[in-house]
Design a protein around this ligand. Structure first.
Ligand code: G6P
Length: 601
């Protein structure tokens, strides 16, 4: 996945500190290693190592390094172990070129053999290093750095966002994008490139998202973009981003994740205030006229999509839920009269992008539900509905789940309105949702913290529910395994008798989600079954409901309808996962092996 950044300024500054701050913002994309390359009058200075940004940067004194042009990288290892040699930036034999890269160069092995045969000496096991040597090779043959960069690009296949500095052209950062996200930040007296928007906000809120196949270079006062050898006019592509730099900072909270849990009422209020009735109604018509409806997404976004897919049954719409990476199995179904709702916080998850591309190739109309303006998904869809959650930095999605659920509930209501259902209660519920979520935090934070102290000793936990409670159980279990590394499995409660219950013994934690009141009695039977095996039964229950008396630990949440409850009942489970992770000494913002935006298949 990795995060990359490159900047060139008109005058020298403590660029090492600037790059360190950019890396801190990008660190959620990978934190196996970090590194910077700065152009100096003596050549290119590279400082890099395994470890988190703060460790590497203080070990090598990033903050003291001066310069005007540099690139930076934070790594999520794909090719080669996370050690100093494999950390980016990578350089050529003579040390005049430095490259940072997010993605995978698929044909690197054949390029590497070719370059070794020409006498190039490789230092790392990475795919990225070939790019530096390729450029060097073309420069040796007499090309300028810009020509050599283009020639090298024409040789590589795969996914990449690249930023390159070359000491022969000290005021330029070369860049290229194919599949991996990259945006240009437009400044006064500087320009920059970065993997995402929050990283740019410290410097500017004017950005140009690059498209696949685009490449070019920035200088402090100019931006050159080409595609297939032809200059691209970017004058009307500058977007103003409505997020402030402060929104992307931790602001007093111990972790971004906790901050983002607490931001949910506000994020929901913005999402609800930003609903566009005309757009919702167009999309609802599309869904009603579709032959088949698909709901596609990955991770948390998939679970938010499930609430919608299950909810549509109320209107006799049998939507097919598809995990993005599994799309090819369904490809034979995709047809011109179909409509897909593609859910993705970042709008950059490669599996979701691939699924959407395959669908559109076969004529499926795609509706994007995303949080990022001008993301790849937004650009490549037929219609876009934006959640307005603000930047989410914690790797584990929280506020983006609840805002996705809210937005999809509004779309669901719009479908209902067209078919003549009484959707007024749901719309009233939607208005109350931010307050209900605020209450869900207030009522449950203390007990989540206390229960975490018990759960930290558990190796496993089950999350059981039924019907519309299932996506909440799935999301709750995902949070727990993602950040606390406690093995957590979600199951339809009835199905738990077909296997999972075999593991249950005294004090085994089983968490029940009671967000769908119509299934309460049946779920209570499952509680009894677990209690007969002396499980530690925990429930997320409607506030004031006597069901709470049947469970050992209870989280109470004000009740709306089962669809909207998905956004509120998940909150105690987010808090429980967060405090369990903290109790176990894990870093919830940077869970091991994970990244926020998965840009490799
Ligand atoms: C990664 C993140 C998850 C996220 C998923 C989908 O796995 O760690 O938090 O839910 O990607 O991301 P998207 O941006 O498509 O919603």
């Amino acid at each position: 996945m990795c995060g990359i950044f490159g900047i060139t300024l008109s005058s020298e500054t403590t660029i090492g500190a600037l790059l360190r701050r950019a890396l801190e913002r990008l660190e959620y994309r990978g934190y196996d290693s970090a590194g910077i390359a700065i152009v100096t009058p003596q050549g290119i200075l590279i400082r890099k190592d395994a470890g988190k940004v703060a460790e590497v940067s203080s070990r090598y004194g990033f903050d003291q390094i001066r310069g005007a042009t540099g690139v930076a990288h934070t790594r999520w290892a794909t090719h080669g172990k996370p050690n100093q040699i494999n950390a980016h930036p990578h350089s050529d034999c003579s040390g005049t070129i430095a490259v940072v890269h997010n993605g995978i160069i698929e044909n690197y092995e054949e390029l590497k053999s070719e370059l070794i045969a020409k006498g190039h000496v490789f230092k790392s096991e990475t795919d990225t290093e070939v790019f530096a040597h390729l450029m060097e090779e073309y420069e040796r043959s007499g090309l300028t750095p810009w020509e050599a960069f283009k020639r090298a690009l024409s040789r590589i296949r795969g996914a990449y966002a690249l930023a390159v500095v070359d000491s022969r052209e000290p005021n330029k950062v070369f860049f290229a994008r194919n599949l991996s996200p990259l945006i240009i930040g437009v400044g006064d007296g500087f320009n920059l490139v970065a993997s995402d928007i929050p990283t740019v906000l410290e410097h500017t809120n004017r950005v140009i998202p690059l498209r696949d196949g685009e490449y070019g270079y920035i200088t402090p006062s100019s931006i050159v973009v080409e595609h297939d050898g032809v200059a691209v006019d970017i004058s009307d592509r500058v977007q103003l981003i409505p997020w402030s730099a402060d929104q992307a900072l931790r602001g007093g909270y111990q972790h971004f994740m906790l901050k983002e849990i607490h931001e949910q009422p506000e994020a929901l209020a913005s999402t609800i205030a930003g609903l566009e009735p005309r757009r919702l109604s167009e999309v609802a018509e599309m869904l009603l006229n579709a032959k088949r409806v698909y709901v596609v997404g990955a991770g948390t976004s998939y679970y938010a999509g499930l609430t919608f897919q299950l909810g549509l049954i109320e209107y006799r719409i049998a939507a097919i839920p598809i995990i993005s990476s599994e799309y090819s199995t369904y490809e034979g179904l995709f047809d011109v009269d179909d409509v897909a709702v593609a859910v993705s916080q970042s709008g950059e998850t490669i599996d979701t992008i691939r699924a959407v591309r395959a669908m559109r190739e076969r004529g499926v109309k795609v509706v994007a539900v995303t949080n990022v303006v001008a993301s790849t998904l937004a650009r490549e869809s037929d219609a876009v509905l934006y959640t307005r959650a603000g930047p989410e930095i914690g790797v584990a999605a929280t506020k983006t789940f609840t805002t996705q659920v809210a937005l999809l509930a509004a779309l669901h209501a719009q479908v209902g309105r067209i078919v003549g259902a009484d959707v007024e209660p749901r719309m009233q519920g939607l208005k109350r949702l931010p307050e209900v979520v605020r209450k869900a935090i207030e009522l449950n934070e203390g007990s989540a913290k206390a229960l975490a102290e018990r759960l930290k000793a558990s190796a496993s936990a089950y999350y059981l529910s039924r019907g519309l409670g299932m996506p909440v159980a799935l999301e709750g279990a995902l949070k727990m395994k993602e950040i606390a590394y406690v093995h957590a499995e979600a199951y339809p409660a009835g199905e738990s008798k077909h296997g999972p219950i075999a593991l249950v013994e005294s004090k085994f934690p089983v968490i029940f989600v009671f967000s769908d009141p119509s299934l309460k009695e049946k779920l209570l039977n499952n509680v009894a079954e677990m209690q007969a095996r002396e499980a530690l039964t925990i429930g997320v229950v409607p506030r004031g409901d006597d069901v709470g008396k049947k469970l050992k630990y209870v989280f109470e949440v004000p009740h709306l309808d089962p669809l909207l409850n998905s956004a509120a009942f998940v909150v105690p489970l987010q808090l429980l996962a967060y405090y369990t992770a903290v109790a176990l000494g894990r870093d919830p913002d940077k869970p091991r092996n994970l990244a926020k935006t998965v840009t490799v298949e």
